[in-house]
Every structure is written in structure tokens, then in C-alpha cells.
Design a protein around this ligand. Structure first.
Ligand code: ZN
Length: 148
């Protein structure tokens, strides 16, 4: 199996069996965003306790890239500190925008989405969940008086 095929399998696996799908009852971050270019829609739920991501889930529909990317994101963010989670989101964005982030190793399975950068229209699909998370985190901090 080529690396490209392996990556495709990872994406399809998350698309077919999304992780952490559903709502969270006590979410500190609850945000609906869409990507009208492609028809992707997501609702993101994040529960923050003691500065850590204590729970994260999503609901959504759309293309395999958007849904797989957010499914992988929820797996990664669980248990992370806000700062690490934000760092990972920015590293992932840098990779998708064609930069070579120094800490690419921290991305793990997420490199499976790197090939998407060849299709500029799909980059928005891959970033939908992550941008929603960063936006939600920013307003959470503003609400709680922490520097954004
Ligand atoms: Zn899409």
C-alpha cells in the first residue's frame, strides 16, 4: 500500500466511523460554522476544566475531508491544555497552508490530510473544524477575562 493510499484509508476511516460525534451537555464552547463553498456544516462542543480540554465532540455533515479532519481533531484535543491545543491548531493550519512547521511531528495522523493542500478549494474543508475551535477558544477566553 502506498503512503497516499494509507492516508486515504485514514481519512475514510474517520469519515465512516467519526470519533466523538454527538453533543455535549455542558459545553463551554458551542459553535456552528459552515463552509458554503462545499456544503460542509459542523457544530463543535468543547468542555474546558482547569485550563484543559475535558471534553470535545461535534456534529456535522459534509465532505469526507471536513468530517474526517474534525473527527481527528477531537481525538487529538482531548485532554490537552488550552495552550497546547491552540499550538496544535496553528501547526495544522501552517501545514495546510503549505508551510513547513517545525513541530510537524506533533501532528501524528493528521499528516494524512497534508495531500489536501494540492486542492486549494478543499483546504477550507480541512480547516473548518480547526478554525471553529480557534474562534471558540478566543471568545471563551474573552468571556473569562483571559488574554486572547
Ligand atoms: Zn468540504
Amino acid at each position: 500500500m502506498s503512503l497516499e493510499e494509507l492516508y486515504k484509508e485514514v481519512i475514510l476511516d474517520h469519515y465512516r466511523s467519526p470519533r466523538n460525534k454527538g453533543t455535549l451537555n455542558e459545553a463551554d464552547i458551542e459553535l456552528h460554522r459552515d463552509n458554503p463553498l462545499c456544503g460542509d456544516e459542523i457544530d463543535l462542543y468543547v468542555d474546558i476544566k482547569d485550563g484543559k480540554i475535558a471534553g470535545v465532540s461535534f456534529d456535522g455533515k459534509g465532505c469526507s475531508i471536513s468530517q474526517a479532519s474534525i473527527s481527528m481533531m477531537t481525538e487529538k484535543l482531548m485532554g490537552m491544555s488550552q495552550e497546547d491545543a491552540e499550538g496544535l491548531a496553528n501547526t495544522f493550519k501552517a501545514m495546510m497552508q503549505g508551510e513547513d512547521p517545525q513541530d510537524e511531528d506533533s501532528l501524528g495522523d493528521l499528516v494524512a490530510l497534508k495531500g489536501v493542500q494540492k486542492y486549494p478549494v478543499r483546504i477550507k474543508c480541512a480547516l473548518l473544524g480547526w478554525n471553529t475551535f480557534l474562534e471558540g477558544l478566543k471568545s471563551y477566553r474573552e468571556k473569562h477575562g483571559e488574554p486572547a
